[in-house]
Design a protein around this ligand. Structure first.
Ligand code: SAM
Length: 189
């Protein structure tokens, strides 16, 4: 497989917009005590801004080159790992986030299962994805196929259904344009 993100890493944040600084604290219900995992977190574009709101930030990614950019920000413990096989014990994190990365993972269902595994009871997982209901997102999906990326996009309702089947309480929010967020709470003990 081509290492698209390794190649893009030094330039990545020149092309991708920074996130709305108020959106993620609200989605993750921050500040909160404990640890935040940003899985497929890349350069830490989003989670670096959240560092003041948690006790500990871990950014995991399978691309060491993307993580090197995150490490340069000095905000976190970077961990090189595929999201499907995270090297953390069960119930390690109070919050888990995945931003614009789920469709890049090798196996979305396995990835979600491992993210749920490392989430503490009472914790929250938020997945941000381009909303496949939008025509522009369907086009992006085609372009990524042509570029030989292994992307596999799911509708927000499908992501929500997978998480619900894993026992989480879920809801979906959208910005009415391009992006959807699946918010999942591990309410069971
Ligand atoms: C579009 S980037 C998003 C990075 C970051 N979340 C952001 O929003 O800026 C997708 C990231 O997913 C990572 N990735 C892809 N497949 C992965 C996998 N199976 N396990 C862990 N990370 C993966 C890539 O290396 C890349 O850094």
């Amino acid at each position: 497989m081509l290492d698209h993100f390794g190649f893009l890493a030094p330039y990545y944040e020149r092309f991708i917009q920074p996130p709305d600084p108020e959106r993620w604290p609200a989605l993750l219900n921050l500040p909160a005590a404990g640890s935040l995992l940003d899985a497929g977190g890349g350069t830490g574009r989003v989670s670096a801004q959240l560092r003041p709101f948690v006790d500990r930030l871990v950014i995991s990614d399978e691309s060491a080159k993307m993580l090197a950019q995150a490490q340069a920000k000095n905000v976190c413990c970077p961990v090189v790992s595929a999201v499907e096989t995270l090297p953390f014990p069960d119930a390690s994190f109070d919050r888990v986030m995945v931003v614009d990365a789920l469709h890049h993972f090798a196996d979305q269902r396995e990835a979600l299962a491992d993210l749920v595994r490392v989430l503490k009871p009472g914790g929250r997982l938020v997945v941000e994805e381009p909303d496949l209901k939008r025509f522009q997102v369907k086009l992006i999906a085609v372009v990524e196929k042509v570029a030989l990326m292994r992307s596999h996009f799911y509708y927000p309702a499908q992501i929500e259904a997978m998480l619900k089947a894993m026992g989480l309480s879920t809801k979906v929010e959208g910005d009415g344009r391009f992006t959807a967020w699946v918010i999942a709470d591990k309410t069971y003990l």
